[in-house]
Design a protein around this ligand. Sequence first.
Ligand SMILES: Nc1ncnc2c1ncn2[C@@H]1O[C@H](COP(=O)(O)OP(=O)(O)OP(=O)(O)O)[C@@H](O)[C@H]1O
Length: 243
Amino acid sequence: MILDIDAVSKTFEMHVLDGKTVPGLADVSFSVDEGEFVAIVGESGSGKSSLLKCIHRTYEPTNGTVRFRTEDGEIDLASCPDRDVLAVRGSELGYASQFLDEIPRVPAVDVVARPMWEQGTDREAARERARELLTALSLPADLFNAYPATFSGGERQRVNFARAIGPQPRLLLLDEPTSALDPETRASALELLDSYLPTSTTMIGVFHNYEVVRRIADRVVVLADAELQRVVDVADYNPEVLA
Ligand SMILES: Nc1ncnc2c1ncn2[C@@H]1O[C@H](COP(=O)(O)OP(=O)(O)OP(=O)(O)O)[C@@H](O)[C@H]1O
């Protein structure tokens, strides 16, 4: 087991609603084995993104533990100090959201290379790997040295995806990372998960496309109204019945 999520809740206090609280996630528990691909499914607003953010510690869970077995021992991502979270991000814990969160004035190739530099990879070797990833994702080569601020949604998504997988994190969180891509580029992105990442990589991903889930997931976590409804093997996953 690489990740154990136990009784995780996330409640949002809405100041604009006089402090009324909104449940993002309520008492969710499941664990994930090394090398597994777990898909998170559920209707819009069911808590899928909140769950990934609680694992990544973008959100601090209101309750519960998120025990992550790193190469240097176990940490609870729900309660450990920020510096411990920052230390595992990159090589141990990666996160690809739909788009770049912030768009730095940095050439696309360096946006992708940076996490690899931080991991200790030589500057030029990391840039070369970044170019290979961006090429595999069909980003036009004349954009490699341009700033992503001017890119289309799909182009930014490709930069974001390459940045997340570049350092080959042991645990990779994917939040609709291919939603803005055309079918061919989406297929290339999914192919990279197979060909570029070691088979021991653990992945937890939100994908709205049923065929994608059937093809790449081992198990499916079904959320409804912020609660975990069930966890099933992908062979038993039927979206009409379960989600
Ligand atoms: N930062 C936040 N502040 C307030 N409420 C939030 C915040 N993030 C999420 N929520 C609320 O928590 C609930 C779950 O949202 P979440 O984004 O996790 O759902 P989701 O399943 O990922 O939805 P979608 O498929 O539409 O992306 C929703 O009611 C949402 O409004």
